[in-house]
Ligand binder design. Structure first.
Ligand SMILES: Nc1ncnc2c1ncn2[C@@H]1O[C@H](COP(=O)(O)OP(=O)(O)OP(=O)(O)O)[C@@H](O)[C@H]1O
Length: 461
C-alpha cells in the first residue's frame, strides 16, 4: 500500500541539505521545509507530518537555540542527520542526545534512512494513538505561540535545562522570580514537556480571588453548601484531573486554606465544600511566588509543612536585567509576534532603540518589554522604531549611569558572554579570541556568574 507520508525538514540552505531533501523525497515522503529563523515557527498539530528531519551540520549555536524550543513544542519524533565533526560541538551533541529520536550520518544509504523514518513515523503514530485512547487529546493551549520561551544566554539555557529535568518527574515544582519574568510560561513549558502534556493546564492566581471564594474555586462545592451555592460546582483541582495546576502567588493563599492544600498533596484526594466524599484527583501542582516565602514561613504567615511539600523541585526564573543579552532577540521576537497589529510602513527596530533597551533596567521584566514593544509598534511614525517610541523616561535611564568601574565590569561580562556565544561555549577558542588564558575565562565566568549549558561544560580541545 503506497501511502504518502509527510515530514518536516529543518536545515540551513546548503547544497548538502538540498541533496538530503531530494533523498527523502525519492523515498516517497512529502517534505515541508522550515526556514530560519525558527524561533517564530509554529508546527500545526493536525499536519500530516508526524516526524521531522533536522540537518544539524552547519547550524550555528544561535540557530540550535531557536530549534530547541521548536522541537520541544512539536509533537513529532525527530531524526538528526549529522557528520562526525558536528558531534564535536557541545550544542549539537546536546540537541541530538536530548531531543532526537535517532541519528544518522549524511552519507546514510537511502534504504536505511527510509527504514528509520518509517520506524519513527510508526512510533509517533503509536504515541498519538495512545494519547487519544486515554481520552486526553486537545492541546493545553489554544495558542501554541504563547508557550514559546525565547532566550539564548547561559542563564536561559540553564532554565531550559531545568524545565526539561523537572518535566520528566512527577514531584511538585516551586517557581520563584520577579513579576513578569515568565513564571507562568515556565510552568506551561514544564507541563508541555511532561507526560501530562496532552491533558489540561490550568492556572489560578491565589492573590486575585477574595478569601471567601478561593476555597470553592479550588475545591468546588456541593449544592446548598452555603448561601448562593445553588448548584454543584467542580473546583479547579478536580477540573485539572490528569493535568497540571499552576498556583500563582501561592504566598497569598489564606492560612486556613493552606491546610486543605496540604491535605490534598498528601492524600491526593479532595472534598468539595459541603461534601463528605473523598474524591481522588491526579493533579501535578506547580506553585509560584514573587515574594520571599521563606520569610513568610519565619513570620508565621505560611505553613512550613506546606512550604516543604511544595518546594521539592525549585526553579528560579531570572529577571531580564540578568540576561540583558537576550533583549534584542526578545524584542525582535515580539516584533514578529505582533506584526499583525503594526502599521505597514513599520519595518523594524533601530539600533538606537535597541541600545536604549539594553541600558534600561526593566523593572517589569519581559511583560514590560512586551508592553513597550506593542506601544512602540503602534506609535512609531518611522520605518524603524526609535528610542522615543518606547516611552522610557530619560529620568529612568539616567539611573543607569555607571561609574567607570561598573562600566568596565559590564563590558567585561558582555565581552565574555559574547565570546562564549560566538564559540559555542567552548573555553579554548573564547580565550584565544579574547587574548586571555583559559584559567582567566574560568575565573571571569565565576566572577560574573556565567554558566555554560551542562552538556558543553566538558574539557574542550
Ligand atoms: N523568555 C520568554 N520568551 C518569550 N516570552 C516571554 C518570556 N518570558 C516571559 N514571556 C512573556 O512575558 C509575559 C509575562 O510572563 P508570565 O506571565 O509568565 O510572568 P510571571 O512571572 O508569571 O508574572 P507574574 O509574577 O506577574 O504573574 C507573558 O506574556 C509571557 O508569555
Amino acid at each position: 500500500m503506497e501511502v504518502k507520508q509527510g515530514c518536516w525538514m529543518i536545515a540551513e540552505a546548503t547544497g548538502e541539505a538540498e541533496q538530503l531533501e531530494a533523498k527523502v523525497r525519492t523515498l516517497g515522503w512529502s517534505v515541508t521545509r522550515l526556514s530560519p529563523p525558527w524561533s517564530g515557527c509554529c508546527l500545526e498539530d493536525d499536519s500530516e507530518c508526524r516526524i521531522g528531519v533536522v540537518h544539524v551540520d552547519g547550524l550555528s549555536a544561535d540557530r540550535i537555540g531557536q530549534l530547541e524550543s521548536l522541537i520541544l513544542r512539536s509533537r513529532c519524533l525527530w531524526l538528526a542527520v549529522a557528520a562526525e565533526d558536528t558531534l564535536e560541538a557541545a550544542e549539537s551533541r546536546k540537541l541530538i542526545a536530548t531531543l532526537c529520536h535517532g541519528l544518522v550520518a549524511p552519507t546514510v544509504e537511502s534504504q536505511e534512512l527510509g527504514c528509520l523514518m518509517q520506524q519513527a513515523h510508526m512510533m509517533s503514530t503509536l504515541q498519538r494513538h495512545d494519547v487519544e485512547q486515554r481520552g486526553m487529546t486537545g492541546a493545553a493551549s489554544n495558542d501554541d505561540s504563547e508557550y514559546e520561551m525565547v532566550g539564548s544566554t547561559p542563564v536561559m539555557w540553564k532554565l531550559f535545562q531545568m524545565i526539561r529535568k523537572v518535566a520528566a518527574v512527577e514531584a511538585p515544582v516551586f517557581i520563584s522570580g520577579e513579576s513578569g519574568t515568565g513564571k507562568e510560561l515556565t510552568a506551561q513549558a514544564i507541563h508541555e514537556r511532561s507526560p501530562r502534556a496532552s491533558a489540561c493546564f490550568h492556572a489560578i492566581n491565589c492573590g486575585a480571588l477574595p478569601d471567601h471564594l478561593i476555597q470553592s474555586e479550588l475545591f468546588g462545592h456541593e449544592k446548598g453548601a452555603f448561601t448562593g451555592a445553588v448548584q454543584k460546582k467542580i473546583g479547579r483541582i478536580e477540573a485539572t484531573d490528569g493535568g497540571t495546576l499552576f498556583l500563582d502567588e501561592i504566598g497569598d493563599l489564606p492560612f486556613e486554606l493552606q491546610v486543605n492544600l496540604l491535605r490534598f498533596l498528601e492524600t491526593r484526594t479532595i472534598q468539595r465544600v459541603g461534601g463528605l466524599e473523598d474524591i481522588p484527583v491526579d493533579v501535578r501542582i506547580v506553585a509560584a511566588t514573587h515574594v520571599d516565602l521563606e520569610r513568610a514561613v519565619e513570620e508565621g504567615r505560611f505553613r512550613e509543612d506546606l512550604y516543604h511539600r511544595l518546594n521539592v523541585l525549585q526553579i528560579k526564573v531570572p529577571p531580564l536585567r540578568e540576561h540583558q543579552e537576550d533583549i534584542e532577540i526578545l524584542a525582535r521576537y515580539f516584533f514578529e509576534r505582533f506584526a499583525g497589529e503594526k502599521p505597514s510602513h513599520l519595518r523594524g527596530i533601530s539600533r538606537d532603540a535597541l541600545l536604549v533597551m539594553r541600558q534600561y533596567s526593566w523593572p517589569g521584566n519581559v511583560r514590560e518589554l512586551i508592553n513597550r514593544m506593542r506601544r512602540a509598534m503602534i506609535m512609531c511614525e518611522h520605518r524603524l522604531i526609535q528610542p522615543e517610541d518606547l516611552g522610557i523616561e530619560r529620568r529612568k535611564m539616567s539611573r543607569q549611569i555607571l561609574t567607570l568601574e561598573q562600566a568596565k565590569e559590564r563590558a567585561e561580562r558582555e565581552a565574555l558572554i559574547a565570546a562564549l556565544g560566538r564559540n559555542k561555549n567552548k573555553i579554548h577558542p573564547a580565550a584565544k579570541e579574547l587574548g586571555v588564558s583559559r584559567v582567566t575565562i574560568y575565573r571571569l565566568m565565576e566572577k560574573h556568574g556565567v554558566i555554560r549549558p551542562e552538556s558543553s561544560a566538558q574539557p574542550t580541545a
